[in-house]
Design a protein around this ligand. Structure first.
Ligand SMILES: Cc1ncc(C[n+]2csc(CCOP(=O)(O)OP(=O)(O)O)c2C)c(N)n1
Ligand code: SF4
Length: 296
């Protein structure tokens, strides 16, 4: 047992310790927040996937979800607010052999980072995006944002939000994403499976996870503890695989449609680029394979 290993309730080690930066624990997430479940599922998917650890990189933006990058024992980057996707694209173009995963919040990815999100989906960039949607900007005290359902109360919407929120699966699907799924933190097995499928997918894969934020969103709306919010997921989730993504809008405390909505193949950005340059430049074109090793 390393000095940094945490001893909780008699457990000397967590089964995922080798994939966690245990020296960073205790983490900052609140009790009964859903983020720990998401991280657990993601690391389980990593462990069960065939991707070599040295080829896997995690990138986050800013926010409670953005802290995920700091807790994984993988190459990881905590970038600026809204810029996780362009940062990840830079990594992928710099070394096309990498599997680059973005784990960030709905505010980070869909609000300030929204423009990057839609263009990465349009280009079918070979990236995996895990978007944890807790319907608010949690880290900064609970402002409403582009995913807040109409009627939900937050610090900047004390009488309830009256805006039309994004249906994120429809947004990324309509832009060109080739793998799109949504699960809640209650659906641990399906979420882990979706992460595995997304990791193995060639192209822009996107998994939205609906997650409780009892401290801010839950408290403002008097929804109870994380456990009570998860009970609501149990009562209100409807699995509908392959559904038209226009039909999976989320309303305040209404049903939550979950499932794998899109899974298809289409040339990725790099495949298109290489194909195009091979045709136009001809034999002189040498596709970039990644950084050279000594002796190359
Ligand atoms: C350029 C910039 N603007 C604003 C902020 C303040 N800020 C920090 S986190 C955050 C919101 C994060 O929301 P979300 O991505 O939904 O993550 P959550 O905390 O809910 O997981 C904001 C606005 C910032 N750090 N940088
Ligand atoms: S503020 Fe909300 S999202 Fe952030 S750690 Fe606490 S419960 Fe989780």
């Amino acid at each position: 047992m390393s000095d940094a290993t945490v001893n909780i309730a008699g457990l000397e080690q967590h089964p995922l310790d080798d994939l966690l930066r245990v020296d960073r624990i205790p983490h900052i997430w609140c009790p009964t927040c859903g983020l720990g479940i998401v991280l657990n599922s993601f690391l389980t998917a990593v462990r069960e996937s065939a991707i070599p650890r040295q080829d896997l990189v995690v990138v986050s933006g800013i926010g409670c979800t953005g802290r995920a990058a700091g807790y994984v024992n993988l190459d990881s980057f905590h970038t600026t607010h809204g810029r996780a996707i362009p940062f990840a694209i830079g990594l992928k173009l710099g070394n096309p052999q990498l599997k680059v995963v973005i784990i960030s919040g709905d505010g980070d990815l869909v609000s300030i980072g929204g423009n990057h999100l839609i263009h990465a989906a349009r280009r079918n960039m070979d990236l995996t995006v895990i978007c944890v949607n807790n319907f608010n900007y949690a880290m900064t005290g609970g402002q409403f944002g582009p995913t807040t359902p109409q009627g939900a109360k937050l610090t900047t919407a004390p009488y309830g939000s009256f805006e039309h929120p994004f249906n994120i699966p429809f947004l990324v699907d309509s832009c060109g994403a080739t793998y799109v799924a949504r699960w809640t933190v209650l659906h641990v097995r399906q979420m882990t499976q979706a992460f595995k499928e997304a990791l193995m997918h060639s192209g822009f894969s996107f998994v939205e996870v609906i997650s409780p934020c009892p401290t801010v969103y839950g408290r403002r709306n008097q929804l109870g503890s994380g456990l009570e919010i998860v009970k609501y997921y149990q009562e209100k989730s409807v699995v509908r695989n392959d559904i038209d993504t226009r039909e999976c809008e989320i309303t305040y405390q209404g049903p939550i449609v979950v499932g794998r909505f899109v899974q298809k193949q289409k040339p990725t950005y790099l495949e298109m680029m290489n194909q195009f340059l091979r045709t136009t430049v001809g034999e002189k074109f040498v596709p970039y394979q990644g950084p050279m090793e000594d002796g190359d």
